[in-house]
Design a protein around this ligand. Structure first.
Ligand code: SF4
Ligand code: SF4
Length: 293
């Protein structure tokens, strides 16, 4: 007992003060790729190397449109390795959660040379529309969590990598309960579904029933590249792809897997959604969503 107390005093507070302070990230951590579209001389090597199809190119009439979908990206770094012009670099950015799927997609338009390389950049999106955790989120927590927020996690076919990070949310470092957020065993007690994995065909009915059993106003977060788009598995004979192929999704949390702070960032964004919906007179939207099942 004395040794435990001694250790507690020596270690002090282990819990990271995120999102108030910047996350503590290990030196070797790899976040999403960043693209210098103006300096990108040819997107084809990166697109060919990308294992999930997150980088797509479409050539038409001497022009090329390149799209980068962070909802498909597994942060593997193959695009950086394949691009010799230094225009693609892996970053340490991971707070990419978004409430609209389109906000995870970057687009760049190029004119082409006869050999298929880029002659010039015509237009490009500046970056993903990342919603930062900040005072607005902190206020949402305080306003909303006069009571706690209950989350039911649903594994719809994941490799369990995402679950490892979700479990870490409950450890002393991330301590999600300090926000009054906790995990529950039944969807009937949940405000939010945290869904991982591409939705396997065997799990489709279970996911639909879980969604139907969750009381309004409910929120759904699709976790990881698999939950957003099917990720490395995609849609195939056994998988339907992303969660929004089966039930409506309110928040998308990229990563493979998303680290605990990325999950927290997405969950905090979702809180804003819950607050809006709880106070919204737009109950018709909720009913129409339920009507899809
Ligand atoms: S880091 Fe993302 S975009 Fe780059 S190759 Fe890997 S999956 Fe594709
Ligand atoms: S996103 Fe990555 S870690 Fe998560 S279930 Fe898919 S493959 Fe596994």
């Amino acid at each position: 007992m004395f040794k435990i107390l001694q250790k507690s005093f020596r270690v002090g507070t282990a819990t990271a003060d995120y999102p108030r302070l910047a996350p503590r990230v290990a030196e070797q951590f790899r976040g999403c790729p960043e693209f210098d579209f103006a300096a990108w001389s040819d997107a084809r090597p990166a697109a060919e190397a990308c294992p999930t199809g997150a980088i797509a190119i479409r050539d038409r009439d001497g022009a090329r449109q390149v799209t980068v979908d962070y909802g498909r990206c597994i942060f593997c770094g193959e695009c950086e390795a394949a691009s010799t012009d230094g225009a693609v670099k892996m970053s340490r950015q991971f707070e990419l959660a978004a409430t609209a799927r389109r906000d995870l997609v970057l687009t760049a338009d190029y004119t082409l040379r006869p050999d298929g390389s880029h002659a010039g950049l015509k237009s490009a999106t500046s970056g993903p529309a990342v919603e930062e955790p900040g005072m607005r989120i902190a206020e949402a927590i305080e306003d909303l969590l006069g009571r706690s927020l209950s989350i039911r996690q649903v594994d719809a076919g994941s490799c369990n990598g995402c679950e490892q990070e979700i479990v870490a949310l409950n450890n002393p470092v991330h301590d999600i309960e300090r926000f009054g957020i906790h995990f529950v065993a039944s969807p009937r007690h949940a405000d939010m579904l945290l869904v991982t994995g591409p939705v396997t065909r065997n799990m489709e009915l279970a996911l639909r029933k879980t969604w139907a059993a969750t009381p309004e106003p409910k929120i759904v977060a699709a976790v990881g590249a698999c939950g957003i788009s099917g990720g490395i598995f995609g849609a195939n004979y056994a998988s339907l792809g992303g969660v929004d192929a089966v039930i409506p999704v309110d928040v998308y949390i990229p990563g493979c897997p998303p680290r605990p702070e990325a999950l927290l960032h997405g969950i905090l964004l979702a809180l804003g959604q819950v607050r809006q919906r709880a106070g919204s007179p737009d109950s018709g939207r909720i009913s129409s969503r339920a009507g899809k099942l």
